[in-house]
Design a binder for this molecule. Structure first.
Ligand SMILES: NC(=O)c1ccc[n+]([C@@H]2O[C@H](COP(=O)([O-])OP(=O)(O)OC[C@H]3O[C@@H](n4cnc5c(N)ncnc54)[C@H](OP(=O)(O)O)[C@@H]3O)[C@@H](O)[C@H]2O)c1
Length: 358
C-alpha cells in the first residue's frame, strides 16, 4: 500500500478525496491536513461551521475511519513521511506548500497554481498520458525528488474528454463553449451565497474562461523539445454559475477540419469512451468514459452526474451546426468534484503508480 496525505481535507474537494480513497486498494490515507483553523481537531469537529453545524457536502456518509482522525496543520507535515500527497487547497496556499512537499514527495494537485508552467503537465488519464514524460524533466530542472502534477479546472475536464476523439478522428479548427456550472465548484469558503443564486444565474466566474481556454489547448497539445506545443485550434468560452449542486453542463460548438456525419461523431465518442480504459487495471477508471444519449432530454445533472461513479462524461443533443464550417454541436455533463476534482486526481495517481513514476 502507498501511504498518502490529503491536504485541504475539510473542503468540498477534500471531502470527496476521503470518499474516493476510503478502502482504496492501493492507497492508504495516513494524514489529513488543513489550515491552522482546523489543526489539532478531530476531523468531525474541523468540519463544523460557526454555528457548530457539520458541513459535509458528499452524497455518501463521512467514511467512519476518518471521523475521529486528528487534522494536522499543512505547514507542519513532513512530506517524506508519505509516498504521495493529494492537495485540495486554493491556489495561493498551493503556491506555497506544493513546492515544499514536491522537494521530497510527488504531489497530485487540484489547484491551478502550477498548471501553466512549462515543465508541469496537466494530466487527464486517457487523454494525454504521454505528457507524464515532462515529470522527469521537471524533477531534473528543479532538483526535486518529488514533482507536481495538477489536474485541470473542473470545467476543462469534460470538455477535453469529448474533444479528444473529435480531434483525433476529424481534426479541430475551432471550439466555442458555454458552461452552466454547479455551486460546489465554488468550494465551501466562502462558496456561493444562497440569496445570490436562488432564482438566478451568475454570468461570470472570475478567471475561469481563461483557464479553460489555455488548459484545453495544453492538454490536447503534443510534446516537442521537452515542452508541450499547445494544440492549434481556436477556442472561446463563457462560464456561468447556476443553481445546481453538483455537475457542470457545457454547450459545445466545434468546427472540424473535415466533414463528419452525426453517426460518425457518435461512433467516435462511443468507441473512444469504451476502449480508452479497457484492460487499464486502474481502480478508479470508468468502464465507459463517454456515455452518449439519443434522448433529447438528457443529460441532466440530477439524473446523469453519477454515471460510472461520477467518472463518465455524459453527452447528448449531438447535431450538425449550420453556422460553422463542418460544424457539430452537443451538450456535455461531467461531475465537477468527482471526475473534475478528487476522483480524477486519484485516477492520475493510479496512472503514475502503474507507469512506475510514483
Ligand atoms: N470545488 C470544485 O468543484 C473543484 C474542482 C476542481 C478543482 N478545484 C480546486 O480544488 C481546490 C480546493 O477547492 P475546494 O472547492 O475544495 O475549496 P474549499 O471547499 O474552500 O476548501 C478549501 C480547503 O483548503 C483548506 N485551507 C485553507 N487555508 C489553508 C491553509 N493556509 N493551509 C492549508 N489548508 C488551507 C481549508 O481548510 P480549513 O477548513 O481548515 O479552512 C479547506 O480544507 C481549489 O484550488 C479549487 O480551485 C475545485
Amino acid at each position: 500500500m502507498y501511504s498518502v496525505a490529503v491536504v485541504g481535507a475539510t473542503g468540498v474537494v477534500g471531502q470527496q478525496f476521503l470518499v474516493a480513497l476510503d478502502n482504496h486498494p492501493w492507497f492508504k490515507v495516513e494524514c489529513l491536513a488543513a489550515s491552522p483553523r482546523s489543526a489539532g481537531k478531530p476531523y468531525i469537529e474541523a468540519l463544523k461551521g460557526s454555528e457548530g453545524e457539520v458541513r459535509w457536502f458528499c452524497d455518501e456518509p463521512i467514511p467512519e475511519g476518518f471521523i475521529d482522525m486528528e487534522v494536522e496543520d499543512s505547514s507542519d507535515i513532513d512530506p517524506s513521511d508519505f509516498d504521495l500527497i493529494f492537495t485540495a487547497v486554493e491556489s495561493d496556499v498551493a503556491s506555497k506548500i506544493e513546492p515544499r512537499y514536491a522537494e521530497e514527495t510527488p504531489v497530485v494537485s487540484t489547484a491551478s497554481a502550477f498548471r501553466y508552467e512549462e515543465d508541469i503537465p496537466i494530466l487527464v488519464p486517457g487523454v494525454n498520458d504521454g505528457h507524464t514524460r515532462l515529470i522527469e524533466i521537471q524533477r531534473k530542472r528543479r532538483g526535486w525528488r518529488g514533482f507536481i502534477t495538477p489536474i485541470p479546472n473542473c470545467t476543462t475536464t469534460g470538455l477535453v474528454v469529448t474533444l479528444k476523439p473529435l480531434m483525433d478522428e476529424f481534426g479541430l479548427e475551432r471550439v466555442i463553449m458555454t458552461s452552466m456550472q454547479a455551486l460546489s465548484g465554488a468550494g465551501r469558503s466562502p462558496g456561493v451565497l444562497a440569496l445570490d443564486i436562488i432564482d438566478n444565474i451568475i454570468p461570470y466566474i472570475k478567471g475561469e474562461e481563461w483557464k479553460v481556454e489555455i488548459e484545453s489547448k495544453k492538454i490536447l497539445g503534443s510534446i516537442a523539445n521537452d515542452r508541450i506545443e499547445p494544440a492549434d485550434f481556436k477556442i472561446s468560452c463563457t462560464c456561468t454559475r447556476v443553481f445546481v449542486k453538483d455537475g457542470h453542463t457545457e454547450v459545445v460548438y466545434a468546427s472540424l477540419k473535415r466533414r463528419a456525419s452525426i453517426e460518425e461523431i457518435k461512433e467516435a465518442f462511443i468507441s473512444f469512451g469504451e476502449s480508452v480504459f479497457k484492460d487499464s487495471g486502474l481502480p478508479s477508471a470508468p468502464r465507459r468514459f463517454i456515455v452518449c444519449f439519443d434522448d433529447p432530454f438528457r443529460p441532466q445533472p440530477r439524473l446523469d452526474r453519477d454515471l460510472y461513479g461520477g467518472m463518465a462524461v455524459a453527452v447528448g443533443r449531438i447535431r450538425e451546426d449550420p453556422a460553422l464550417e463542418n460544424g457539430v454541436k452537443y451538450i456535455l455533463l461531467s461531475h465537477n468534484t468527482r471526475l473534475g476534482a478528487a476522483k480524477g486526481a486519484v485516477l492520475v495517481a493510479e496512472l503514475l503508480v502503474k507507469e512506475g513514476i510514483v
